[in-house]
Design a protein around this ligand. Structure first.
Ligand code: GDP
Length: 241
């Protein structure tokens, strides 16, 4: 994959203490997340003209925990685990003052061994269809538990999205549960994934230690507001929700 254009957050080294304001604003924006709709497949989703950021990953990778931590809402993504919704695409609106300026899409976890084969195949088709044809899709966030690395289905997903990433779709791999790794294991996991991510971004994340939280929030904000600069006061979202 060719390297996508670097966003301001990509070139930002790390969020420093003196530079908290952009991270605070980005997290405030993510905190506005609210349930929008749920659908069993792409054709039942509303057509939207705001940027959509899709979260994907194998079951148990830590996707729900990551979404809940980013949005600072304990139950938000666990709505996607309610009976009847586990195989659905769940959308959450983002935007201050009730004005939606982006959408998070939570795609069902894949690779869960107990799911019947027919259901697995059906779900892979739904996901591939979504990832290849969703028009307002702006970015894909792949959640990966670094202790397991990329699974076969993760590799399939990378192949499916490769043409869109080459066309400029943003791509981020989040290495979850970083608190379970030693410093050297974390560094190794990061460098291996950078080689596999085809020019996409890679970040370590821990929900318990909040590792990577601010940096990831800024990256998502930048991707959803291309052209605007989170560090610039006039481009930041309004303070009051
Ligand atoms: P999902 O199936 O991908 O949505 O995964 P969950 O968010 O439900 O997380 C799967 C398991 O990993 C749960 O037991 C979580 O408590 C645990 N987990 C998720 N994130 C972290 C983390 O950052 N650190 C640790 N130590 N455990 C985590």
């Amino acid at each position: 994959m060719s390297s996508p254009t670097k966003s301001p957050a990509a070139s930002r080294p790390a969020v420093r203490a003196a530079d908290k304001a952009p991270a605070t604003q980005a997290l405030g924006w993510l905190h506005t997340a609210r349930f929008l709709t749920t659908a069993p497949e792409l054709r039942f989703l509303p057509a939207l003209d705001v940027p959509e950021i899709a979260f994907v990953g194998r079951s148990n990778a830590g996707k729900s925990t990551c979404i809940n931590t980013l949005t600072q809402q304990k139950q938000l993504a666990f709505a996607s685990k309610k009976p009847g919704r586990t195989q659905h695409i769940n959308l959450f609106s983002l935007g201050k003052q009730g004005v939606t300026d982006a959408v998070l899409a939570d795609l069902p976890g894949y690779g869960y061994a107990a799911v019947p084969k027919q259901d697995k195949i059906r779900w892979q088709q739904v996901m591939a269809n979504y990832l290849v044809t969703r028009e307002n899709l702006k970015a894909i966030v792949l959640l990966c538990d670094p202790r397991h690395g990329l699974t076969e289905l993760d590799e399939v997903l990378l192949e499916v999205i490769r043409p869109r990433v080459e066309e400029g779709l943003k791509f981020l791999v989040i290495l979850t549960k970083a608190d379970k790794l030693t410093r050297s294991e974390a560094a190794k996991a990061l460098s291996i994934m950078k080689l596999n991510a085809g020019g996409g971004e890679v970040r370590l994340f821990s929900a318990t230690k909040r590792t990577g939280l601010e940096d990831i929030a800024c990256l998502l904000w930048d991707w959803a507001h291309e052209g605007a600069d989170l560090a610039s006061p006039q481009d930041r979202p309004a303070e009051t929700p």
